[in-house]
Each structure stands twice: as C-alpha cells, then as structure tokens.
Design a protein around this ligand. Sequence first.
Ligand code: ES4
Ligand code: ZN
Length: 336
Amino acid sequence: SSIHTLLKQLPKCEHHIHLEGALSPQLLFQLAEKNTITLPQDDEAFKTPESLLERYERFTSLDDFLGYYYIGMSALITASDFEALAWDYFQHASADGVHHAEVFFDPQAHTSRNVAYPTVIQGFQAACERAEKELGITTILTACYLRHLPPAESLEMFQSPEVQESYRNGTVKGIGLDSSEMNFPPHLFEDLYRGAKELGLRRTAHAGEEGPVSYISSALTILNAERIDHGIQLAQDDVLLKQIADQGTLLTVCPLSNVVLRCVKSVSEVPIRKFLDHGVKFSLNSDDPAYFGGHILDNYCAVHDAFELSVSEWESVCRAGIEGSWCSEERKTEML
Ligand code: ES4
Ligand code: ZN
C-alpha cells in the first residue's frame, strides 16, 4: 500500500539492534557446522533451522529468549563469522530504508567463551566499513555490558587494554546495559558509567522493558544515560514522563520485541499514542530481528496498523530519530 511505500522511503535511523540478535537460524546452523560447535541435543528445537524458528514464536519472557540468544551466539568464532552476521543485518537494514544504524554487541558474551575481543571488533568493523561504502549506511558500534554478571566483571572488561584501545581509536563510541533486567538495577553499574562518561563515550541503558519504571529514573540520574532502551514502563509514571519529554531524552522502542517477549499483549498496548501526545521522543527498532519475527520496517508497519499515525506524525518520528542519533551534526543535516 502507499503507506508502506512511505514508511519504507522515510529516512530511518535504527538505534536498538543487538548484532547477535540478527543471527538467523540458517546462519546459526551453517556456522555451527563449519566451526564444529555442538548445539544442545536435549532440546528438540535445535533439530533444524525450521524447528528453531518455530520455537522463537513461543518465548515466555526475556529470560526464556536470552537462553536461546546465548546458545545461538556460541556458533560465532572467527572474525569472518562476526562480519557475515553484521553484513546480513546491514543488507536487511538497507532494504528497509535505514540511513544510519547504531548497533549493539555484547563483548562479555564472547570473551567469556574464549573468543577474543579484537576478533569480534575486527569482524564487526569490516562489516561497518562495507555498509558505509556499498550501502551508504553510516554506523556506530556500542558495547553493551551484561547486567546479570557481577558489576566487577563489567569494570574489568571496560578497563582491559583491548577495550580501552577500541574506545580511544573511535571504533566503539558508546556503552549500553542489557540482558536480564529484573533484580539487576542500574545503580549496580554506577562506576562503569562514570568511567564511560570520563572517556567521553555515549551512554544508553535498557530500562523499563520488564523492569519497573524506577529503573528508568535511576538509569538517568545515577548512570547519566543519555538515552533509554525500551522505556515502555514510562507510561506508568506521568511525572517522570513529563520530565523525559521536557529533557528531550530519546526512548528506543521495540514494539515487536515487546509482544514476542510478552511485555505487552499486542502492539496496541505499547504506549505510542501517549508518547506522541505528551511529546516524548522515541525511535522504532527491531531489537533482535532474527528472533522476534521482523526487521525495522515490520516494526514501523505494526505500529501503523495499531495506531494509524498521520504522515506528519511519521515524519516527526523519523526526525526525532535523526536528531537523537549520535552521528555528526553534518550527517544529521544530510538525513533531514
Ligand atoms: C535483549 Cl530484548 C533484550 N533485552 C535485554 N537484553 C537483550 N540482549 C539482547 N536482546
Ligand atoms: Zn535490546
């Protein structure tokens, strides 16, 4: 339809995509075979790529999904594996009309299984360079820290020479906080975020996905996060909502993810209309496209089906995404 054409053509920025979450069952099986990685044999879901994809339709929670997510990435070993994964994502993003992509990855999920940080970076960086050259997509890499692991381990990772070098040379420009949210409040990572701010890094954190709205306020006040990933629980607190609207803090909302992980029953329960009416800025994102049944344009279409935004509302959503990006002002002007 014509609205689909409009949504595809709008200059979109994606701010919330975990590259490990772009691992399709097909690529997962291919890499597992190449690298002789044994997938769990006691779980019927791992019989074939098709049966795995079917299992992805029945997640019961964030933690149920994360179990599959961490097993899936065990197939990633060499720099070329990471490059193939990210390249797969950038091709989908380009087809969906993404102009600028700020992408997450989970360093600790790789170093903990003896895949070296420089290997991960080398592969992702090669795909980013190729995306800029061949697809005209500008990119930013953001390293997320895993909140289910002890905060001391995140600090150790952050302070390691290879990681510091990737921040110093500009390969990685930001930090995030992800994985299991409940019972892992933001304040545990105060030292990490202070260190990131001192290095001049950009800062975001997952908050208010499954967890309470108080995690959103502490991510802002204690971690000095510049952005909030998900943030849908903000609809529960009108005072904080007004404050976030006044500050212009961007939320990176992932509607299909919220449905698949049962944070909401349907896209119509994601507080899009409330955010629009109260001037809360947000972008729409795929989160883990290979696991949640759609890329960024599917998320745009699902929001349109549920909320029927006007053309000017859609234009303002994309403008907020450009203005809330971490690229240069020059690049923003190009996209506007
Ligand atoms: C994630 Cl949906 C989601 N939430 C928290 N952490 C994550 N890591 C990958 N996807
Ligand atoms: Zn996420």
